[in-house]
Design a protein around this ligand. Structure first.
Ligand code: GCU
Length: 637
């Protein structure tokens, strides 16, 4: 959408223009793409993008940390609400043992060096039995030495901290981040020291009515530092962002943003060595550059059947940025989703970010990610995964890139969001931008979802449409979707499901969560007779269908809910029902694996687990697993 009229220039560009250059640059890039939203500025993270940071050389700060619980937030504020006193400030650069040895009457009521130990990244649910249901503030500390090369800049990068993080290094407050599923980084040049660094993070899992997600969800919160923490050193001027993709089947587009004093008017070299492709370009005075290159005829396109990744390089000054990128196109054509110009049916499954095992703690290592995706691809024959309900870790998305699975990526705009509050919208927009900026080089990501099962209202429609516009600004080369709800009506003798959600018309791909035969009055035998009245002319996914079963619970004679037989029959009847819908373009049943949910407390059957998995929490396959796998095998012929 081109810019027109006085609203063309966003407010922050009319004012003092103090917005950091990198954000201004991204706005200009969005405008030149001709798709910038004409009304409000695109929300952008304050910090650096550090694209492909997980591939950059750096020092891992994973491993042993100490942690100290603080349920009354004593380290965050004094008992009358003023600043915390010296003896309570977990984030001070203080060696408590030395301090109290030196002054025996000094009073400290914490000691981060002597606190319990934990191996990160993992949720605190895994630290100790008493942490299993902890919600609130936990202080973490990491002591480390660092090599500091002259002329380099150093950044501290967190893969994710759930839900709110406040970070200090050597007693200096670096900043804070809200949102449990997207990366953030702080520059620590000049604060970092070569020995005895004291990194302290206050992690608060508490959410409120303005949070994204809200306090009530159907999954375990898993508070804590749940993804890798790294110290990354870069040259004074470095490649902060590089976006490499097929703008269409003939055009390779590359956008590059340098960060640093000498980023302007700088020669940059882009190359894909395996294609013998090398181009140089000069950045503008904003440190940004764009290349559009004819696609080399020998390029092998990325697809689930052939997940070909290319090493791509951007060299500028002293920095050498790299990523591994698949080249492909994804678009729609009427009711079809086209991958590289060919119709594709999405044979999917939904996943939470939770590893296999009896006591998960959101430890999604590359191995854990591959184990889950192998169950999906190898076990079910899937070509698609819905990574619900929030951005999963880089390990999972990169595994999908490498193994060949298309991805539905989602921000946790879930259920009861404060749709009428600008602060909630700002958080959602920021989270969406952080997600897209992190993953838009991942060929596997085909769909950006702006939410799940959000209740209809004018405020909600405006909120969601704003997010849809942001997707189109940040990444016009992928499909935008959302998981929507439908209403059940009756038409004479048969039930009708009606999609009346006005948001559907704003989406590239409609998606429905449906539970006929599990929630509500429908009997399984009646499902194939249900008529679905949905807008024609664009692809329709079923982002959720599902039924619960306790692995090993068998009732062959009179299958009841939570028996494996009932779940299997639910899948047979549901798949028969959906197959009759003309624009049925794919499905991601709920869900690959049983997962922890505090809402599911029926003794013996649930015990705090949502049992809609096709496998148990330890990977034990239920009968329905085979029903879906057989159905996918038929579809894949
Ligand atoms: C909803 C929701 C899921 C939830 C599921 C269920 O559709 O999107 O997060 O877990 O239903 O009820 O199991």
């Amino acid at each position: 959408m081109r810019l027109t009229g006085p609203d063309a220039v966003p407010d922050w560009m009319k004012g003092d223009g103090r917005m950091p250059v990198r954000i201004l640059v991204r706005w200009i890039m969005a405008m030149t793409l001709g798709i910038a939203a004409p009304v409000a500025a695109q929300m952008m993270p304050e910090g650096p993008v550090l694209a492909a940071a997980d591939l950059r050389e750096g020092q891992s700060l994973d491993g042993e940390w100490t942690y100290s619980i603080d349920p009354y937030r004593d380290g965050a504020a004094g008992f009358h609400g003023g600043p915390a006193g010296e003896g309570h400030r977990r984030y001070d650069d203080t060696d408590v043992a030395a301090r109290t040895a030196d002054d025996p009457i000094a009073l400290y009521e914490y000691d981060m060096d002597a606190s319990p130990r934990a191996v990160l990244p993992e949720s605190w649910t895994g630290h100790a039995p008493e942490m299993r249901h902890y919600e609130g503030l936990v202080w973490y500390q990491k002591r480390f030495d660092a090599e500091i090369a002259p002329g380099e800049r150093q950044f501290l990068r967190f893969g994710a901290v759930n839900y709110h993080a406040e970070v200090w290094l050597n007693g200096k407050r670096l900043g804070e981040h809200e949102g449990g599923f997207t990366p953030f980084a702080f520059e620590v040049t000049g604060v970092l020291r070569t020995e005895g660094n004291r990194l302290v993070v206050g992690v608060d899992s508490q959410r409120d009515a303005l949070s994204i997600p809200p306090p009530v969800t159907d999954w375990e919160t898993y508070g804590g530092i749940t993804r890798p923490v790294r110290l990354i050193a870069v040259s004074e001027t470095f490649v902060d962002d590089a976006w490499v993709r097929l703008a269409d089947r003939d055009t390779l587009a590359v956008d590059i943003v340098l960060d640093g004093a000498s980023g302007a008017e700088r020669e940059v070299v882009f190359s894909i060595p395996e294609l013998g492709l090398r181009r140089s370009v000069r950045t503008g005075d904003d440190g940004a550059a764009r290349l559009t290159i004819a696609v080399p005829p020998e390029v092998e396109l990325w697809s689930p059947d052939s997940p070909r990744l290319y090493e791509v390089l951007v060299e500028a000054g002293g920095d050498r940025w790299r990523d591994r990128v698949g080249l492909r196109t994804i678009e729609t054509d009427g009711p079809h989703i086209l991958l590289n110009g060919e119709p594709v049916f999405l044979r999917g499954i939904s996943l939470h970010e939770e590893e296999l095992g009896e006591d998960p703690a959101r430890r999604i290592t590359p191995e854990a990610a591959r184990e889950l995706l192998t169950l999906a691809k190898g076990g079910l024959g899937a070509n698609f995964v819905r990574l619900a309900h929030y951005p999963h870790g880089e390990a999972m998305v990169r595994a999908a890139d490498e193994m060949g699975l298309l991805v539905w990526s989602e921000i946790p705009v879930y259920w009861r969001i404060a749709f009428d509050d600008p602060a909630a919208l700002e958080k959602a927009r920021l989270m969406l931008a952080e997600n897209i900026l992190r993953d838009r080089n991942r060929a596997a990501v085909a769909l950006w979802s702006v939410g799940n099962e959000t209740p209809l209202s004018d405020a909600r429609n405006a909120f969601m449409r704003r997010l849809v516009d942001d997707v189109r600004t940040l990444d016009p080369h992928r499909l935008v979707t959302a998981a929507l709800l439908t209403e059940q009506e009756r038409d004479g003798d048969h039930p009708v499901m009606v999609m009346g959600d006005p948001l559907a018309q704003a989406l590239d791909v409609m998606a429905i969560n449906a539970y006929n035969g599990w929630y509500g009055p429908d009997r399984l035998a009646d499902l194939p007779a249900i008529e679905w009245r949905v807008p024609p002319g664009k692809p329709l996914l079923f982002s959720e269908v599902g039924a619960g079963a306790l692995a090993g619970l068998h009732q062959p004679e009179r299958p009841g809910k939570f028996s494996e037989e009932y779940q299997a029959e639910y899948y047979r009847q549901t798949l028969a029902m959906l197959s009759q819908i003309p624009n049925f373009a794919g499905i991601s049943p709920w869900i690959l694996k049983d997962f922890r949910s505090p809402r599911r407390q029926r003794p013996v059957i649930q015990d705090g687990w949502n049992r809609k998995g096709l496998v148990s929490e330890t990977g034990e396959r239920k009968q329905a697993f085979g029903v879906l796998a057989d159905w996918y095998a038929e579809r894949a012929r």
